[in-house]
Design a protein around this ligand. Structure first.
Ligand code: SAH
Length: 257
């Protein structure tokens, strides 16, 4: 990669971060769904160590802290998200129980068998579902839990337009039964899996982006990269509304054997 390309690439990342830091969530989800996923986890105490990997600005992390005991470390690649994460924790007076740090999910700062729970909403795709489950498992105590949400197919077959879109965006997308089998193969009891309701996409993820997109385009008027980025976001949203019976996000909860 030439330096010129690298700087364009970094510029894109900055724009994407700026855009997503203007909305509460960086992926589909809701407080109700986080609480539902938490209801399957029964081992937590005040001493528990929890990691929220790919935490973004912490929409779900604050909900975990308000509904479960333990100390949560949120980890994200982007300093802008982590700054917002820590100021959100302060605002809610949760700073003694939550800490956001910059780091990468493929090089996590935890010891083997240190954690009681690994949480990751809409982020494990960055390392890949199977690789994430296998590597992160080492950091969990025996009997500890993992709870991750991941895009999944709801049917064996689907129209080629949406199939091709996702094969290109995330070739590891698979059916729920195959994902559950992967979790079991990685050394977890598949405790639960459930489909996130549509409002996690429509109300909590796409709706807040409508005004964010307008503001972003106004601010970056004439910037081709920004315009292309928003066009892609809008295309993805349209595909969701067209094909939502074929795919969506699914929460997978496993217990380390
Ligand atoms: N959990 C949040 C954010 C999901 S979006 C929510 O549900 O709202 C995915 C997040 O993964 C982004 O915040 C992105 O910055 C982060 N991410 C991407 N690659 C990463 C990596 N290698 N290590 C840590 N975080 C990463």
């Amino acid at each position: 990669m030439s330096n010129e390309n690298k700087s364009i690439h970094e510029f894109d990342f900055n724009l994407i971060c700026e855009y997503f830091s203007s909305v509460e969530r960086q992926g589909p989800g809701s407080p109700e769904v986080t609480i539902k996923a938490l209801s399957f986890i029964d081992n937590l105490t005040k001493e528990s160590r929890i990691a929220d990997i790919g935490c973004g600005t912490g929409g779900q992390t604050m909900v975990i802290a308000q509904n479960a005991p333990g100390f949560i470390t949120g980890i994200d690649l982007f300093p802008l998200f982590i700054n917002l994460f820590n100021s959100n924790a302060n605002k809610l007076n949760l700073q003694d129980r939550i800490k956001g740090i910059v780091g990468s999910m493929d090089n996590l700062p935890f010891k083997n068998e240190e954690l009681d729970l690994i949480w990751s909403e809409g982020a494990i795709y960055n390392i890949g579902f199977e690789r994430g489950l296998n590597e992160w498992r080492n950091l969990l105590k025996k009997g500890a839990y993992i709870a991750v949400s991941e895009v999944s197919w709801f049917t064996e077959e689907r129209p080629s337009e949406i199939d091709e879109f996702w094969q290109d965006a995330y070739p590891e997308i698979d059916t729920i039964s195959n994902k559950v089998a992967q979790m079991q193969k990685a050394g977890f009891i598949p405790v639960a899996s459930f489909i996130l309701p549509e409002n996690c996409w429509t109300e909590h993820f796409y709706a807040p982006q409508v005004s964010a997109q307008e503001a972003f385009l106004k601010k970056h008027a004439g910037n081709k990269t920004a315009e292309e980025f928003i066009a892609n976001q809008r295309h993805e949203t349209q595909l969701y509304y067209k094909y939502k019976e074929y795919y969506g996000y699914v929460f997978y909860i496993g217990k380390k054997i």
